[in-house]
Design a protein around this ligand. Structure first.
Ligand code: FES
Length: 411
């Protein structure tokens, strides 16, 4: 089967083909040989091992929920020995001339040397990236190369082993239901976070979803009913447990403008609160505009008023009406040129806010958007949140409008 797949693919492309082989077979070398006979230029090995059932230790429930018995493929350091063994088998079967990319749990210079000794020509790194911040990648690689050559272990200094992947149980201490199928969830304990950072809320048996932290003490979240997870949140009651992992993302970018407009749509209000607090602490003049689908969804109004003005506008059938309010007040009071804008909400809402602000005289470089890209791991591992080569879960959620426009032009 592998031979016929590769032969068909070979017929339609001159591209280099390095099929990535699973170790979960009786003879990986037989499959590698079939792939090369079918036209593969080389082999990449190994793919994930397993699948295995993983029971999350804090809740005692399976972490993955799927039709394969809640099992998933295993990667990372747990499969390193297996990867080296399989690459060795493949090398023996293929002889010295076919290139092999060896991967699976590689973390150090010593691992790379072992993988090359087993027969790999190129060594791939995957899971390790979850523990290295993108800002460090440019320094990490030379250090790792140096470790391979000089048998040192300097690159490990770039690893952040505190990835905050563990769930922390919290008890729900308060619930405030809002009109329009929304609610504020209050938990016990405390969460320390910065504007733009987020956590995952986990309900065993349902799954997990990312949420902006609205307040850290007590930890508060604004949830609107949309899908399975948020529907489950609507069923929770005080006294029940929910699990939290994180925080992820980084602090919001700075502005040199004295006057700042914050425009938040829907649950974007959660992020706005910490942002207003931070900017007020820097001596800025803050004006927060909140666009809500249903009147009565404004929460934490008193908190916002500590930091500046707060204007809530219901859509009343016209999504984003709050943007017009913000721009018209701007026309009356001052020019947009002297302001910075931070916008948080659905993509279309943010785009329109940014465009109208610029039309009103604001400068592109003074606009920042909080991106809600699909997010799965939160630690820079899965690539799901990638935006133009940047990982939102590590480098966001705020990006400058200038950067996002450059991306658009590249597309
Ligand atoms: S890399 Fe997985 S969510 Fe960002």
């Amino acid at each position: 089967m592998v031979y016929s797949y590769l032969s068909e693919i070979r017929k339609v492309t001159d591209a280099l083909i390095f099929p990535k082989l699973t170790p979960n077979v009786d003879s990986i070398s037989e499959i590698a040989l079939a792939a090369v006979r079918g036209g593969a230029d080389g082999i990449s090995a190994i793919n994930t091992a397993g699948p295995r059932l993983y029971v999350e230790p804090v809740s005692g429930e399976p972490l993955l929920l799927n039709n394969s018995g809640n099992r998933g493929g295993m990667s990372g350091k747990w499969i390193k020995e297996l990867a080296i063994e399989k690459v060795s088998e493949i090398r023996e079967a293929l002889g010295p001339d076919i290139p092999i990319i060896g991967m699976g749990g590689i973390e150090t210079g010593e691992d790379i040397r072992n993988m090359m000794r087993a027969g790999a020509d190129i060594v791939g790194i995957g899971s390790l990236f979850a523990s290295i911040h993108p800002d460090d990648w440019n320094s990490f690689f030379p250090a790792l190369k140096n470790d391979v050559i000089n048998k040192t272990n300097t690159a490990s200094a770039y690893r952040n082993i505190n990835r905050k992947m563990e769930y922390v149980p919290h008890t729900i201490t308060g619930i405030k239901d809002l009109p329009g199928n929304a609610r504020v969830l209050e938990l016990d304990g405390e969460i320390s976070f910065k504007a733009g950072q987020f956590v995952f809320l986990y309900i065993p048996g349902t799954g997990e979803k990312p949420f902006a932290v609205m307040k850290g003490s007590p930890p508060s979240f604004l949830v609107k009913k949309k899908g399975t997870f948020s529907s489950k949140v609507m069923e929770l009651e005080p006294g029940m447990q929910i699990f939290v992992r994180g925080v992820y993302g980084k602090d919001s970018p700075d502005t040199d403008k004295k006057k700042v407009l914050i425009s938040a749509g829907g649950t974007g209000l959660a992020t706005a609160l910490k942002l207003a607090e931070k900017l007020k602490g820097e001596g800025k003049e803050i004006h927060t505009y909140f666009g809500m689908s249903t009147p009565g969804q404004e929460v934490m109004e008193d908190d916002f008023l500590q930091y500046g003005t707060f204007t809530a506008v219901a859509d009343n059938g016209i999504p984003g009406r709050v943007i017009d309010t913000m721009i018209s007040e701007l026309d009356k009071n001052s020019s947009a040129e002297g302001c910075a804008l931070y916008t948080i909400g659905p993509d279309l809402f943010m785009e329109k806010t940014a465009e109208d602000f610029i039309k009103a005289g604001g400068r592109t470089e003074d606009v920042f958007l909080s991106l809600e890209t699909p997010t799965r791991c939160g630690v820079g591992l899965c690539g799901e949140c990638e935006c133009g080569g940047h990982l939102t879960c590590r480098e966001g959620t705020f990006f400058s409008y200038t950067y996002l426009q450059e991306l658009n032009h590249e597309d």
